[in-house]
Design a protein around this ligand. Structure first.
Ligand code: SAM
Length: 203
C-alpha cells in the first residue's frame, strides 16, 4: 500500500502565525520579556514580527531571506496557493478542529503573511531576518534564551539525514544560553513517522 504523505518537493517556505507558534511551543510571550528569541527556519512566519510588536528582542534565520525582499514576500505568497491546493485535495485526512476549515486555514495564513511582509519590509524589522541556515548560524555562543524551529527539522527527513540533524541540534544548543531552551516541532516526517534521531535526542 502506498504510504500516506504530504506531497512536497524541496522545502516549502510557509507562514505560520504567532498563535500557531504559541500552541506548538507552549509559549507564553509574557515570560519572554528581557530574553533574546530566535526562530530558525522562520520562513514567512509572523512569529518574529508579533514578538517584536510585544517589545521582545526577536530574530529569525532562514536561507530563504537571501535575495530581494519583495521576491521573498512574493514566493511566500505563492506558497499559500500551493499549500492550500494540496490541503484541499487531502482535506478528508486532516483534523480541522483548530483551523475550522481549509478556507479559514488559508485566511489565517494570508493574515500571517501580511504581518510578516510588513515587518520584513520595514527598516527596523528587516534587519532581524538573517539569511542563514542550519547547521551554521551567524550568532555568538549563548545568545538566545529561546530558540524555536517549526516545520523544518525532522519533517524533511528524506532530504536531510541523521548527520545533518545531529549537527543542527548541536548548533541550536550552541546559540542558546545555559538554562535557555530549544523547542522543535514537529518531531515527525512528512509521512507522520518519527524523524531522524528523534528517539535518541530525547524527543
Ligand atoms: C516549512 S517552512 C517553515 C516556516 C515557518 N517556520 C513555519 O512554520 O511556517 C521550512 C523553512 O525551512 C527553511 N530551510 C531550508 N533549509 C534550511 C536550513 N539549512 N536551515 C534553516 N532553515 C532552512 C526553508 O527555507 C523554509 O523557509
Amino acid at each position: 500500500m502506498k504510504k500516506l504523505a504530504y506531497p512536497q518537493a524541496g522545502v516549502a517556505s510557509t507562514c505560520r502565525s504567532f498563535e500557531e507558534y504559541e500552541r506548538m511551543f507552549g509559549i507564553d510571550a509574557g515570560q519572554l520579556s528581557g530574553q533574546k528569541v530566535l526562530d530558525v527556519a522562520g520562513g514567512a512566519s509572523s512569529f518574529t514580527a508579533a514578538l517584536c510588536a510585544r517589545g521582545i528582542d526577536a530574530y529569525a534565520a532562514d536561507p530563504f531571506y537571501a535575495g530581494s525582499r519583495e521576491e521573498v514576500i512574493a514566493a511566500a505568497e505563492r506558497e499559500i496557493d500551493t499549500s492550500s491546493a494540496k490541503l484541499a485535495a487531502m482535506a478528508h485526512i486532516y483534523d480541522w478542529s483548530y483551523y475550522g476549515s481549509p478556507e479559514r486555514h488559508r485566511r489565517l495564513r494570508e493574515a500571517s503573511h501580511a504581518m510578516f511582509a510588513g515587518h520584513f519590509r520595514s527598516a527596523e524589522g528587516g534587519g532581524r531576518y538573517m539569511a542563514a541556515g542550519l547547521p551554521d548560524l551567524p550568532f555568538e555562543d549563548g545568545t538566545f534564551g529561546l530558540a524555536v524551529c517549526s516545520h523544518f527539522l525532522f519533517l524533511y527527513a528524506e532530504q536531510f539525514g541523521e548527520a545533518f540533524h545531529a549537527a543542527a541540534l548541536r548548533e541550536l544548543l550552541r546559540v542558546t544560553r545555559p538554562g535557555g531552551e530549544v523547542r522543535i516541532y514537529p518531531l515527525v516526517t512528512l509521512s507522520w513517522e518519527p524523524g531522524p534521531a528523534a528517539g535518541r535526542t530525547g524527543g
